[in-house]
Design a protein around this ligand. Structure first.
Ligand SMILES: [Fe+2]
Length: 360
């Protein structure tokens, strides 16, 4: 019988300490907003995965290149973080041990791996973080004619990496030196509803109950984010925890159990999901302008969903979850907010939606 139970007061006290440390070390203000998320797929899945984004989001193909055998697609929508899809032969994948689960083992390299944030001075950032004991994938920042870049080793709590990019010239040029053009059979469909699917609003990473506080505190120590609030749903053993930048923009959501996994089937969908897929990003949420016709059109196009639309203007939002992609394992959330509502769900929505993910 476990006695561990998450407590928001403990988390808030830890978050205060991280903010103090950030200020003391000169990290505050060094890291900006989210520039891109980097998703790795299996070598045969690059084009189908890119096609899914073109057909199911507002993002369009902005660039495609080959970087020493690794093929990359850059998907872009003005006003949103970019999506970078990667595939290619890997000698040693530092994420692989996090990717395994009974339902994900057939895609051993597939994962939303890295959240890439703008940084004013990557060298100074790396030096300060190394002093704090943070481990990076390269000993020093990678420098090209377009940018400086460094990324952390995958987090032991989330399996996610944090990347920092400092643009030298035009922001958003991810091509390194010596990249070759890649000609891919991809086209953005000319469909009206895709223009109503807007920016990446948030992602939700599923973590074990015991890892909730360390995952959030680690993320705060690496970025400019604050812990904002948490919503507990006792009946599903679920907490939705929200971290944000002071000015708004992309929100980082962590979903965890209140109590740890138990064999008796009472763990709830979050612990069950990690048991099946490993700790990882569960969904990417896209803000919509008019979600009802968007939802109908996506369904008419053959997209499958875990739930109908839930919520209403009176409750502040409407949203739904797709079935997970067979290429990326990611669920798409579509979300429309009314009257400037800046939450992520109503209490009834989070219950319905969390419940719906039991079906995946
Ligand atoms: Fe969400």
């Amino acid at each position: 019988m476990s006695t561990f139970r998450n407590d928001d007061d403990t988390l808030r006290a830890g978050a205060e300490e991280v903010l103090k440390e950030r200020r003391r070390l000169g990290l505050e203000g060094l890291v900006g907003g989210l520039e891109a998320v980097s998703i790795r797929v299996e070598p045969g899945d690059l084009v189908p995965a890119a096609r899914e984004f073109l057909e199911r989001t507002g993002h369009a193909l902005a660039d495609a290149f080959d970087q020493a055998g690794e093929r990359c697609c850059l998907l872009r929508l003005p006003g949103s973080a970019d999506v970078i899809l990667r595939a290619g032969p890997l000698r040693d994948n530092p994420f692989r041990s996090y990717n395994y689960g009974p339902k994900s083992g057939h895609l051993p390299d597939t994962r939303l791996e890295t959240f890439i944030f703008r940084c004013g001075d990557v060298r100074r950032y790396a030096a300060i973080q190394k002093e704090r004991g943070v481990a990076f994938l390269t000993p020093e920042p990678l420098e090209t004619s377009a940018f400086l870049f460094i990324q952390t080793r995958p987090s032991a709590y989330t399996g996610n990496s944090i990347g920092l990019v400092q643009w030298k010239g035009t922001p958003g040029r991810y091509r390194g030196d010596g990249c070759a053009d890649l000609d891919l059979p991809l086209e953005k469909p000319d469909k009206a509803h895709l223009k109503d699917i807007l920016e990446l609003d948030h992602t939700a990473t599923r973590v074990h109950a015991r890892d909730r506080d360390p995952a959030i505190l680690e993320f705060m120590g690496l970025t400019g984010y604050h812990f904002d609030f948490a919503v507990h749903v006792e009946s599903l053993n679920s907490i939705t925890n929200v971290a944000r930048m002071p000015g708004g923009g992309f929100a980082m959501v962590f979903t965890s159990g209140i109590e740890p996994y138990s064999e008796d089937g009472s763990s709830g969908p979050t612990e069950q999901y990690i048991h099946n897929y490993g700790r990882r990003v569960h969904h990417m949420a896209f803000h919509c302008r008019d979600i009802r016709p968007v939802f109908s059109a996506l369904k008419a196009d053959g997209m499958e969903f875990l739930s109908e639309l839930v919520g209403s203007p009176g409750e502040g939002l409407r949203q739904t979850f797709s079935r997970p992609s067979k290429r990326t394992l990611l669920v798409n959330e579509y979300i429309e907010r009314y009257d400037g509502f800046d939450g992520f769900f109503t209490k009834s929505n989070v219950t319905l939606l969390t419940k719906a993910t039991e079906n995946q």
